[in-house]
Design a protein around this ligand. Structure first.
Ligand SMILES: Cc1cc2nc3c(=O)[nH]c(=O)nc-3n(C[C@H](O)[C@H](O)[C@H](O)COP(=O)(O)O)c2cc1C
Ligand SMILES: O=C(O)C(=O)c1ccccc1
Length: 403
């Protein structure tokens, strides 16, 4: 290709297309696919039964998961021609950070059930790609270790609000000290939903002590363990420690939503005013409430269809949540392709979070799998922008979509 046709620019995700072409010509294309359905099949083959079940499990009979995908199908892109898109720009500014694409790693708990290095795989790749990594409170690697491999890319911390306030303070402080400068509190998962497959297989890793790593490295939680006479060095105590972690973080007895405003203030004070978001919003009134209590953004999400069975597709909620002039709107649940990213942006999202896709990549090939999946998604999105006649992210709007 004549380099003058495509002026050099950073990042050029579309180049990954060429990399894939060449690798497959040499017969050395990695054993993963660029098709999301195929990735899912490969992940199913590679993952442990428990890992696969946990990643793929939905609330109830899976109707919300289906609705998430169907919502994308209902919108079609209207490509535009005669736009000079040779030098596209996929970068955006998000909460003061310049990032390479409007895509984030969604917070996903207990990654060690997908790969021994767990969250480190994804945090490392996020750092390379310069897109934000969001660590879950239910992560299976300590906050500090995740930060170390993430380089200088932005880091967000997802909070499952502990009912132990001292523990909450400690988690937020640790996150802040480790450079996580945006806090996202998840509102849709005060308990795990009725998920048939997980229930029938008793598939809850945290009751086997996996997923309590952030607790086990926390001074306050360590004190709680000691007070309960439990020993983290004794493997027989691990199920009880896991249970204690879950009980401290989720099965909260403290009143919930009326504490939110105080939590926003707490984070703002600790972080000198850095952003606080709530995740799991599907109704405009809840979005307005979030703005009222001082949130800087919301994540329109239904937790990948894992919480309320029979709910609307998350993308259906996106155009209804009309607070885009008052706060930043992020979106997730069901993103599988570059076109999906494009549609969510056209409907008002500033950026999207990706969950299962990268989990499947991790299950297939650890860090290399995450890298492949995310680079493929970003390349596909970049190339779609070129083909659909869009030069930069801000140019994507409702006029590019038809329902
Ligand atoms: C296996 C799995 C674990 C998850 N764990 C968390 C979590 O710990 N905290 C959280 O806020 N959301 C969690 N989520 C929800 C994701 O952050 C995100 O909302 C969702 O995965 C996006 O949909 P997608 O997977 O279709 O991209 C989890 C989702 C999955 C699939
Ligand atoms: O399974 C989930 O959806 C989730 O949010 C979670 C909660 C606790 C531990 C791991 C994941």
């Amino acid at each position: 290709m004549d380099p003058s046709i495509q002026p050099p620019r950073e990042p050029n995700f579309a180049l990954y297309q060429k990399e894939c072409f060449l690798l497959s010509q040499r017969g050395s294309h990695p054993d993963f696919s660029t098709r999301p359905d195929k990735l899912e099949e490969l992940a199913k083959e590679k993952l442990s039964q428990g890992g696969w079940l946990y990643a793929s499990c939905n609330a109830g009979i899976g109707w919300t998961d289906r609705a998430n995908r169907e919502a994308f199908y209902k919108y079609r892109i209207v490509p535009r021609m005669a736009v000079d898109t040779a030098a596209r720009d996929t970068t955006i500014e998000l909460f003061g950070h310049k990032i390479n694409a409007p895509v984030l790693f969604a917070p996903i708990g207990i990654n060690k059930i997908y790969h021994p290095q767990g969250e480190l795989n994804a945090a490392k790749v996020a750092g390379e790609l310069k897109i934000p990594y969001c660590l879950s409170t239910a992560g299976s690697q300590p906050i500090e270790d995740v930060a170390k491999v993430n380089g200088d890319a932005p880091r967000f911390f997802q909070l499952y609000c502990p009912h132990d306030e001292e523990l909450e303070d400690s988690l937020l402080q640790r996150a802040w000290n480790s450079g996580f400068d945006v806090c996202i509190m998840t509102l849709d998962t005060w308990q795990l939903a009725w998920r048939h497959e997980d229930i029938s297989q008793s598939n809850y890793a945290f009751y086997r002590g996996i997923g309590a790593e952030i607790g086990l490295t926390d001074p306050v939680f360590k004190k709680r363990i000691q007070e309960a006479g439990l020993d983290p060095n004794n493997s027989e105590d691990m199920p009880k420690i896991g249970e204690k972690w879950i009980d401290n973080v989720w099965h909260g007895r403290r009143s919930r939503n009326n504490r939110l405003a105080a939590l926003v203030k707490k984070w703002k004070k600790l972080s000198n005013g850095r952003p606080f978001l709530v995740k799991g919003i599907q109704h405009v009134d809840d979005a307005r409430k979030a703005v009222e209590i001082g949130c800087d953004g919301i994540v329109v999400s239904n937790h990948a269809g894992r919480q309320v069975d029979g709910a609307i597709g998350s993308l259906e909620a996106l155009p209804e949540v009309t607070v885009g002039d008052k706060c930043t709107i992020l979106f997730d649940s069901g993103i599988r392709t570059g076109a999906d990213v494009f549609k969510a942006l056209a409907l008002g999202a500033k950026a999207v979070l990706v969950g299962r896709l990268y989990v499947y990549g991790m299950g297939i090939a650890g860090e290399a799998g995450v890298r492949h999946v995310m680079k493929s998604l970003l390349a596909e999105f970049d190339i779609l922008m070129n083909c659909a006649g869009v030069k930069k992210i801000d140019d994507i709007n409702k006029s590019h979509l038809r329902k």
